[in-house]
Design a protein around this ligand. Structure first.
Ligand SMILES: Nc1ncnc2c1ncn2[C@@H]1O[C@H](COP(=O)(O)OP(=O)(O)OP(=O)(O)O)[C@@H](O)[C@H]1O
Ligand SMILES: [Mg+2]
Length: 414
């Protein structure tokens, strides 16, 4: 039987192109995130973060959330909802603030002013800011200052990463979830939530890139000196590979998806010329058989294309030289056998597959990279509740509410 909340639970929904994930979690007395329940329902109503079938989204959200609620034994009234899709753009911005001459030392009020200025990004009517994330400060032109409070200075510059999104796709997602009768507490940029949960603070400090290989999208997030410095969402993902398999091997989409999940392997050296893939299309006809090496070459060439285009993006943005901690692969595509070695060849750096860490509860879920984003949402929500994280501003449910409480928040951070 479900119980009403007494603990402080958080609930999240991530409407992916392939799966609607949901989660219910809480933080225990030791500050550990405990996952009580998760849900995963096939999704057909969203493509690359855009709603293409409202009813489908509504039904999948209900189904996914009920699964999580049943497991957790908790009822959900409000959720943190992810946003994703190539319409989301991350830009670096900064706000310069000239200190009053009478000042001897930088005060929290000065910091607050600089932060507010950094958040002023000119936007057309159809775009809005989802998050503004701190990248550090410069004091009198000297970059890399973590906290200028108490320093003597003429100017301080707050450096931020601003994540903006198109309003209509966001509103449609909100509408779909609200139609299920659940309130939306806040929006969360999925790639950001995901990247925080799959990386360690050391990796973010040394420099790392997180690549989430989803069904409709591939997201890239880069960290340098502990801060998020770059984010991009590419309109490519595992669905493209499924379509390629479907047309090349004459399989229905569902069969191609199934075959891909069962047989994909990009470590071609481990496959012999004679190995075959055998699929039973239906019980009446004889199985369809094709060469496994040929099949896996298709997977490998797709993987090479994806990593090559990401590599070009990193080079273009001068980010490839700062990856001391390497690349972390996550999302469903990270389950392809041999994929991390393929990525290591392309990026010429250390690559690992990442999923949630420092989390308690449902072990198999935590280890599965498909759940990285939704687990990240739970962590993000719990961090917000406890005034932690690098998030200076974030979009609230209805109004863009830019906190006047930044000063207090900032003080808590250090
Ligand atoms: N074992 C596997 N082998 C190969 N591919 C897999 C495997 N498991 C999942 N995938 C692929 O991963 C993709 C789904 O990943 P994920 O659940 O992270 O996507 P999503 O969140 O629904 O999509 P998006 O983030 O793009 O909106 C699909 O393309 C699926 O085929
Ligand atoms: Mg996803």
């Amino acid at each position: 039987m479900r119980t009403k909340h007494t603990r402080k639970y958080v609930a999240g929904i991530d409407i992916g192109s392939n799966t609607v994930y949901s989660i219910i979690a809480f933080e225990d007395e030791n500050g550990q995130v405990n996952i009580l329940g998760t849900g995963a329902t096939d999704s057909r109503g969203v493509k690359q973060g855009i709603v293409i079938d409202m009813d489908d989204v509504v039904n999948a959200v209900i189904c996914s959330l009920e699964e999580a609620e049943d497991l957790a034994g908790v009822e959900t009234e409000a959720v943190y909802l992810t946003v994703n899709g190539p319409h989301i753009v991350g830009v670096n911005n900064s706000g310069h603030y000239h200190l009053d001459n009478s000042h001897q030392e930088v005060t929290y009020r000065d910091i607050n002013q600089a932060i507010h200025l950094s958040n002023q990004v000119p936007l057309p009517d159809n775009r809005e800011i989802i998050h503004t994330v701190l990248r550090g400060f410069a004091v009198d032109g000297m970059q890399g200052v973590r906290n200028p409070f108490g320093m003597r200075a003429d100017t301080i510059e707050a450096c931020v990463h601003v994540i903006t999104a198109s309003t209509n796709p966001i509103q449609n997602l909100i509408k779909a979830v609200q139609r299920t009768g659940v309130e939306i507490r806040e929006l969360v940029f999925g790639a950001l939530a995901c990247s925080q949960i799959v990386t360690t603070s050391e990796e973010r400090e040394l420099g790392s890139v997180v690549i989430n290989l989803g069904a409709g999208t591939t997201t890239i997030t880069c960290f340098q000196n502990g801060f998020l410095t770059y984010s991009e969402i590419l309109p490519m993902g595992g669905d493209d590979l499924t379509e390629r398999i479907s047309s090349q091997f004459r399989l229905t989409r569902d069969m191609a998806e199934d075959t891909k999940r069962k047989f994909s392997n990009v470590a071609l050296d481990h496959i012999s010329e004679s190995e075959v893939v055998s699929i039973n299309l239906n019980s009446r006809s004889s199985p369809t058989v094709f060469n496994k090496l040929e099949f896996c070459r298709v997977i490998k060439s797709w993987g090479e294309e994806v990593f090559c285009s990401i590599h070009k993006k990193l080079e273009k943005n001068h980010l490839n030289k700062n990856l001391n901690s390497g690349v972390i692969l996550t999302g469903g595509g990270a389950l392809i056998r041999g994929i991390k070695d393929l990525a290591a060849e392309e990026f010429e750096t250390y690559v690992r597959v990442g999923s949630g860490h420092n989390i308690i509860g449902l072990d198999t879920i935590i280890r599965n990279p498909c759940y990285a984003t939704i687990i990240g949402v739970a962590k993000y929500a719990l961090d917000l509740q406890n005034n932690r994280g690098d998030f200076l501003f974030r979009r609230k449910n209805r109004l863009s509410q830019w906190g006047d409480d930044v000063v207090n928040w900032f003080r808590d951070l250090f």
